[in-house]
Write a protein that binds this ligand. Structure first.
Ligand SMILES: [Zn+2]
Length: 348
């Protein structure tokens, strides 16, 4: 990966197989028009800095900025943010997976507000499909709702504008949004993902991948067991920023307490990077960068193990994984049991 040669580790390409970015991140820094244009001049993967990166770029539409009326604001760089602009940006970044511009719902929205947002999203979807006819990557349809009936109603509104057959033909996956305000509410997440898979079955999207937008790593094992295929968690970074080193997906320890010899990942096997993680370097980024990378590797390895358990015949392997993962975590354990009971036909 980037700079790998300078720190003497092999490129970590297998752990950087996909990365997520958002159109709205361009609007976060009060950048000027010149800066904005310069940024979009060269697709990400064609820039020298990212030259060895060959993974997938998933560009979110930034629709979550509409949440709580915090509109995406392109005024700093004199751009009107709408479906067309968002797609132009996604294209300019060299994205492989894109989503339509959406209007996520908020927990306090009235029924009328939710319907209105679905109608606005429907208009965008219509335009998105027209604009993206020649796009060669994958297109994910945003879906909003906390439960079966809300998601069904969302799709009913959408299909008033765009016929179901056109949706099925035009898109390749579902991106489930609006869950960020509920990210710490395990019950709500479990319900949303379980119901989403049901809705996908009932609307003819059963073979599509399901991406859950903005959910942190602690919920990942359970949501994966329920049928979510991808996530855009940044927990590995945030843990590192807070000086936390992941022992497993669920367990972190303070960086000062770590015995690096216990981990066999390429980061902890590097004398130079271990030395930096111990604080023997000038810049904080050189201490925390390797920690973030180690955290990501731990998460991705564990997720790969979990997927192996899911692929196996029968449910024994998955049950054993969930038992082991959550046995010392009382709060999560009850949800793990609930998942097993709901989706695997009962066990506890
Ligand atoms: Zn490690």
């Amino acid at each position: 990966m980037i700079g790998a040669d300078r720190v003497g580790v092999d490129p970590l390409t297998e752990y950087f197989d996909a990365s997520m970015m958002s159109v709205s991140s361009l609007t976060d820094y009060n950048i000027t028009k010149e800066r904005y244009e310069a940024y979009l001049e060269t697709p990400i993967k064609e820039r020298e800095l990212f030259e060895p990166f060959n993974g997938v770029v998933f560009a979110d539409s930034g629709g979550f900025k509409f949440l709580n009326n915090a509109e995406i604001d392109g005024s700093d760089f004199e751009v009107t943010m709408n479906q067309e602009t968002v797609y132009d940006i996604q294209k300019a970044l060299g994205s492989d997976i894109i989503v339509n511009l959406d209007h996520p719902i908020a927990p306090g929205d009235s029924h009328q507000e939710r319907v209105q947002k679905a109608e606005q999203t429907a208009e965008n979807i219509h335009e998105f499909l027209n604009l993206t006819r020649d796009f060669e990557g994958a297109k994910y349809l945003t879906l909003h709702g906390y439960n079966y009936s809300m998601m069904t109603e969302f799709l009913e509104v959408i299909t008033n504008e765009v016929p179901l057959g056109v949706l099925q033909e035009g898109f390749d996956g579902i991106a489930l949004g609006s869950l960020v305000p509920k990210k710490d509410n395990r019950d709500a997440l479990i319900k949303a993902v379980t119901d989403c898979r049901e809705v996908m079955n009932d609307w003819g999207f059963e073979n599509w991948p399901l991406h859950v937008l903005g959910i942190a790593s602690r919920a990942i094992p359970i949501l994966t067991a329920l049928g979510a295929d991808s996530f855009d968690s940044s927990t590995h970074l945030h843990n590192a920023i807070n000086g936390k080193y992941n022992r497993s997906m669920m367990e972190q320890v303070p960086l000062d307490d770590v015995d690096f010899t216990e981990c066999d990942c390429p980061i902890c096997q590097s004398d130079l990077l271990v030395d930096r993680m111990r604080g023997n370097t000038e810049y904080q980024k050189d201490v925390l960068g390797p920690v973030a990378m180690h955290n990501l590797i731990v998460q991705k390895r564990e997720l790969a193990d979990l997927r192996q358990c899911i692929k196996q015949d029968g449910t024994d392997a998955l049950i054993e994984y969930l038992e082991e993962t959550f046995s010392r975590d009382k709060t999560m354990r009850q949800y793990a049991h609930k998942v097993v009971n709901q989706s695997l036909g009962g066990y506890f």
